[in-house]
Structure formats: C-alpha cells, structure tokens
Design a protein around this ligand. Structure first.
Ligand code: FE2
Length: 162
C-alpha cells in the first residue's frame, strides 16, 4: 500500500504518543517530586489516549493501511526509545533527563501541527478531528514540560537526586 504524506505524518505523531508513554514512565521512576509525578501521570494517561485514538483512526482505513501505519509508528517509536536510552546514560542529571521530555513534547506539537495542516488540505474530517483534539493537549504538555524545568531548578538537590 502507498502511504500519503498525511498517513506518514499521522504515524509519526502516533509514534511520539507511544514514546511519550515510555518517557513519562522513565521520568516518574527517577523523580521524587510529587507535583512533577502527578503531571507525568496525567501526560502519560493522555499519551495512552492519543495512542488509542490514532489506532481508532488508522483502523477505519482498512486492515492493510492500519497494519502499515502501526508498523511505521512502532519503528519510529523504537528509534525514539533508543534515543532515550542514550540520553539517560549513567551520569545524566534529572534536569538533563527532563529536557528529553521537553524535546519530545515539542516534537509532538510539531507533528500535530503538520497533521492539522495536511488534513485541512486533504479535507479529511477524521484526521482533522483527531489532530485538532490532540494539538492543544500537546501544547499544554509542552508548557508543563517547560514549567517542570523551572520546578526542578528550584528543588533542593536531595529531592532532585532522591
Ligand atoms: Fe505529550
């Protein structure tokens, strides 16, 4: 099957949602701050919801296209997971680890903006509905991730390194 650019960009946004589940989990394991932990839990719930909605939209495209989109999303997710492992190598402090979340959330905002635009051009209501739902959530995630940098910078070192 031939993927359109819109399909490819949706699979990238989908991949980033899958990666978001992993990134938030890894950060939750390492950070002791309860405020950040609850933000991460919320982001993770919304990442799972985004994944489920991407899956829903993909499955409406028929089995062949759904399989192709899911496989592509999983390959891209694996690449992101490799990057995360490299980023979190021993010696990375918590602020640096958190910066990965900032990059991941910025990438999600970028991906959904592209999907919104392409879906508008293609007049694809289903993709547009998903993307206009996802974009403001990811914009909020990015804002939360940026605020987390300030929060981490303010925390006493014993909390940050607990
Ligand atoms: Fe996100």
């Amino acid at each position: 099957v031939e993927l359109t650019l819109l399909h490819e960009k949706l699979s990238e946004a989908w991949a980033l949602a899958l990666a978001g589940v992993t990134v938030t989990e890894r950060l939750r394991q390492r950070l002791a701050d309860p405020g950040l932990a609850s933000e991460l839990a919320r982001m993770q719930r919304e990442a799972r919801e985004t994944h489920a909605r991407c899956h829903g939209v993909a499955s409406a495209l028929g089995v062949e296209l759904e399989d192709e989109l899911r496989a592509k999303a999983q390959r891209t997710r694996d690449k992101a997971a490799d990057m995360l492992l490299t980023w979190l190598k021993p010696g990375t402090d918590d602020l640096a680890a958190w910066t990965f979340l900032v990059m991941a959330e910025a990438a999600e905002v970028a991906a959904w903006r592209v999907v919104v635009r392409l879906a508008e051009d293609a007049e694809d209501e289903r993709f547009l509905g998903l993307a206009t739902w996802a974009l403001p959530i990811q914009e909020r995630h990015l804002e939360t991730a940026l605020e987390g940098c300030t929060r981490l910078a303010e925390l006493p070192a014993d909390v940050v390194n607990a």
